[in-house]
Design a protein around this ligand. Structure first.
Ligand SMILES: *Cc1c(COP(=O)(O)O)cnc(C)c1O
Ligand SMILES: [Zn+2]
Length: 617
């Protein structure tokens, strides 16, 4: 095994992409000290050729560490690896058929150790940190790099500090915290975090990880692997999502390296994809510019690419131009639809950013851009489990049933799955602006969900719709799905012992909030009053008072959760309550409404009745 390379026969040097100034590693391993531009690694390819054994390269299985000779690593004994890379390249049979593409492939980067391609870059980056004797690592991240660098620095035994924008997806935070990184949430954007991390590193002498040269070098292996997996051929197109541009630039460099070494004889065209809310590079590419556009406040559900000042923007723009490629912009909804379609058709559950390439391919297919035999690679950058909440934005939650076959039968008979199976494309379509007639509702349900509901059920749906509309909201298709589900599911309640007939809440800034509730309990008319610190608290107390005086069951509220759900055009509130009784029966109920209190009342009523029925049966 080759060990240390002495400085005199250096395999590579670092230079600035913008001003070409050569930089020593002791000076900087991130940005040019003169102009601030990104550093790139330049290799002596004759030396690489003498280091590698082509026979070996062609006949050994792919992994990230297989290509150690192509990275700027001096000491192979310091390598920190989790066996990254070697990810599957999958022929997309179903989507290929749908888009009339015979050679559409998905490079599933979600299969990396921490669920994202970044592990390939982290392999080199953390190895270099060890090589350069780092006492601590710090970085800014939108979440995935945080988890990746945290994992590698943890096994290297180096403390890791991570700056993330507040609101980073929970899956990524949980992962990063588990790897024992020290996370700091910043009230700002990714760009704010990046600036701060740079200052923090300089001031405290930490090793700054991020979208810099070593990471880019490690991520080149995606390009190498694609060539190997296509049996030593280049594809025609590579479609990649872009945040900082580091990964797409790395993939391109992978192909360039292999061409330089004579392993392939042509290069693919790079198609870069961004969401509308952060179109830094795509907008520049559209105007044939080589300088990216800054986006001050990126807004997108594709949080992994929400970088308004892409560090490698200039590099990828040059690559797009050199390759003869271009950029594609897609909406968040298009990304979410692509996410669903990829999961459904190819079995790959990607996070929204990872679905951007498929959203672009769909658009290009609609414009008849591709030829049927074009070899197209979609780089599916990250695993969907990283950010499960975003997928549920267009997927209503599944029903809950009692553990008996009758409920299964009723589920199958009612075809409740048809409601949730309705296409995501139309989720935001406005269905009703004014109170619809019973027949109108029946028609929509029959046509859209292939369901026949009896008039009593439809009347209940009509009442719920009226409540929505009276709040001045349009009912979108998504809202409608939620309402129909709520109502159909509520009918599994055999007997309604508790019915909240009316309520009132008085809210004040200075005094406790007061709630009044009127209800019928087992046919008796009751009322109660309660005060609470908030409106929610007050109404909950008032409802608990009603049931406390009754001979029914002893109910405990174990937990509740309030979510603002923006699936429709207007926000709706989803209240979820966990109830238990003295026999340890448990029910979890949710209700949605434009109004927090209405949702809470509905959830409470539903939950109590379900638990009562469960307790008595
Ligand atoms: C980081 C990331 C990207 C963007 O990569 P850049 O190198 O920042 O362009 C895309 N998708 C996922 C899932 C990511 O984690
Ligand atoms: Zn420079």
């Amino acid at each position: 095994m080759p060990s240390k390379t002495s400085k005199t026969d250096a395999l590579y040097h670092l230079e600035c992409f913008d001003c070409k100034r050569v930089t020593k590693e002791s000076e900087s391993v991130t940005s040019c000290t003169k102009c601030g531009g990104p550093l790139v690694a330049k290799y002596d390819f004759a030396k690489i050729k003498s280091r590698i054994n082509l026979y070996d390269i062609e006949h050994t299985p792919i992994t990230g560490v297989k290509y150690l000779n192509f990275y700027p690593i001096n000491d192979f004994e310091k390598v920190i690896s989790l066996r990254e890379g070697g990810t599957p390249l999958i022929r997309a049979r179903n989507l290929g058929k749908k888009y009339k593409l015979n050679k559409l492939y998905l490079k599933n980067e979600g299969a990396n150790p921490t669920g994202v391609f970044k592990d390939r870059g982290t392999l080199v980056e953390v190895t270099k940190a060890v090589e350069l004797g780092a006492k601590a690592i710090c970085l800014a991240s939108t979440g995935n790099m945080a988890a990746s660098v945290a994992a590698y620095s943890s096994i290297a035994g180096i403390p890791c500090y991570v700056l993330v924008p507040e609101g980073t997806p929970i899956g990524k935070l949980a992962q990063t915290l588990s790897y024992h990184a020290r996370i700091i949430q910043v009230r700002g954007t990714y760009s704010d975090c990046a600036k701060l991390a740079e200052v923090m590193a300089k001031k405290h002498g930490f090793y700054l990880a991020g979208d810099y040269v070593f990471r880019r070098e490690g991520q080149k292996s995606q390009g190498y692997e694609i060539v190997e997996q296509l049996f030593w051929k280049s594809p025609d197109y590579v479609v990649v999502p872009v945040g900082c541009g580091t990964n797409s630039a790395a993939i391109w460099q992978g192909f360039v390296d292999f061409k330089e070494l004579g392993l392939i004889n042509k290069l693919p065209k790079m198609i870069v994809v961004q969401p509308e809310g952060c179109n830094t590079v795509v907008d520049a590419a559209k105007h044939k510019k080589l300088k990216y556009k800054i986006v001050d406040k990126p807004i997108s559900i594709c949080s992994a690419v929400a970088a308004g000042t892409p560090l490698d923007g200039h590099i990828i723009l040059k690559a797009v131009k050199d390759s003869g490629g271009f950029g594609v912009e897609v909406t968040d909804t298009e990304a979410l639809i692509a996410q669903q379609s990829m999961a459904k058709n190819e079995g790959i559950f990607a996070e929204p950013s990872g679905a951007l390439p498929m959203a672009a391919i769909k658009k290009l297919h609609e414009k008849k851009f591709f030829k049927p035999d074009d070899v197209i690679i979609a780089v599916i950058t990250g695993n969907g489990l990283k950010d499960p909440v975003s997928a549920t934005k267009i997927l209503p939650s599944p029903p809950s049933i009692e553990p008996n076959i009758e409920e299964i039968d009723s589920y199958l008979k009612n075809k409740i799955y048809n409601i949730r199976g309705a296409s995501a494309d139309a989720a935001k379509k406005s269905l009703f602006k004014s109170k619809p007639t019973i027949n109108k509702i029946k028609r929509v349900i029959e046509k859209d969900f292939d369901l026949k509901l009896n008039t009593k059920v439809v009347q209940k749906i009509q009442r719920e719709l009226e409540e929505f509309i009276s709040k001045g909201k349009n009912v979108t298709r998504y809202d409608f799905q939620n309402i129909v589900e709520d109502v159909v599911n509520a009918f599994t309640v055999k007997k309604k012992i508790l019915e909240i007939t009316d309520f009132k809440v008085a809210v004040s800034k200075k005094e406790p909030n007061r709630a009044e509730v009127e209800a019928s309990y087992d046919g008796k008319i009751l009322s109660s009053k309660a005060a609470g610190v908030g409106a929610f608290d007050a109404i909950m107390k008032a409802m608990q008072k009603i049931i406390r005086g009754q001979k029914g069951i002893k109910v405990t509220l174990q937990d509740f959760n309030v979510e603002i759900d923006e699936g429709g055009t207007d926000a709706v509130v989803k209240v979820t309550i966990v109830f238990t009784d003295e026999k340890s029966n448990k029910v979890v109920v949710s209700a949605t409404s434009p109004d927090l209190i209405v949702a809470s009342v509905n959830a409470f009523e539903k939950g109590y009745n379900l638990l009562w029925w469960k307790n008595k049966s």
